[in-house]
Design a protein around this ligand. Sequence first.
Ligand code: HEM
Length: 133
Amino acid sequence: MNAPLLKESFELIAPQKEAFARQFYERLFTTYPQTRPLFASTDMRRQESALMATLAAVVAGVERGENLVPVLRKLGERHYRYGVQPEHYPLVGQALLATFSDFLGPRFTPAMQDAWVQAFEVISSQMIAAGEP
Ligand code: HEM
């Protein structure tokens, strides 16, 4: 994973992270309404900070060269229990990238986009594998 580019883009949104998370879920639910029922009984304010904290932890972990596989597998097992299906992952990835573009405009460079596409691919493939029977 491209740690410097992930970190740089994440730091650019960090001052607005609450607004970023809120807009991400809004976009996810309006673009892909099929994801909304999964969060029917979720406290969205807590969920928003959980998402941002996890993304920050992944970026920091990549930067330190940590092995994120065990953490991602556990996260994936929990998501399987929440009812998350493999086909939901690309929707979340797409909404995440679109939210970065909304917030950063041209500061979200094609290289940063690639870095997030790749990172999301690694993260989601580990999470999905953990939920497979
Ligand atoms: C990069 C991938 C993802 C990350 C980093 C992530 C992160 C998180 C975190 C940190 C939580 C808090 C609870 C926990 O740690 O178990 C959570 C809960 C949840 N996530 Fe995700 N998630 C991802 C992908 C998805 C996808 C693809 C969906 C489906 C649309 C999804 C739906 C949910 C739901 C339904 C919950 C449970 C909310 C509740 O507690 O009521 N997540 N996620």
